[in-house]
Design a protein around this ligand. Structure first.
Ligand code: ZN
Ligand code: ZN
Length: 121
């Protein structure tokens, strides 16, 4: 049986919601798929309240943000929610699509894993 869950995220460029499907293997939880979702559908699905630790490096099959194709995502340190991120390892800042916090990213930022809630709205 495959252990899978969905993490809700918001697109940095369009502020639209999407779901990141994550799947568990022997090394942890990895993102494998992303799909657009609307807020009412997300509520109706009732994704459970557990917190899981997701590895930030997407798997080769991870298609990127369904709205802007950003290949990565990031957890806001202020509100704890997840936003898409198009990052190529250079210094940049990112504005959280949920709370407006400006997040600074520097080369070498260590973020191999993050704890995310799969009910974050
Ligand atoms: Zn996006
Ligand atoms: Zn935030």
């Amino acid at each position: 049986m495959v252990n899978a869950s969905v993490v809700l995220a918001k697109c940095t460029s369009t502020s639209k919601l999407f779901g990141i499907r994550v799947q568990e293997n022997e090394n942890g939880w990895f993102p494998t798929w992303a799909f657009p979702i609307n807020e009412s559908a997300a509520r109706r699905e009732g994704y459970d309240q557990s917190t899981i630790t997701v590895t930030l490096s997407p798997t080769p099959e991870y298609p990127g943000c369904p709205h802007c194709k950003a290949s990565k995502f990031w957890k806001c340190s202020k509100c704890g929610k997840v936003v898409c991120l198009d990052w190529r390892g250079v210094a940049m800042s990112l504005t959280c699509a949920y709370c407006g916090e400006v997040i600074s990213l520097v080369p070498g930022t260590n973020a191999a894993r993050m704890d995310v809630s799969n009910s974050a709205m």
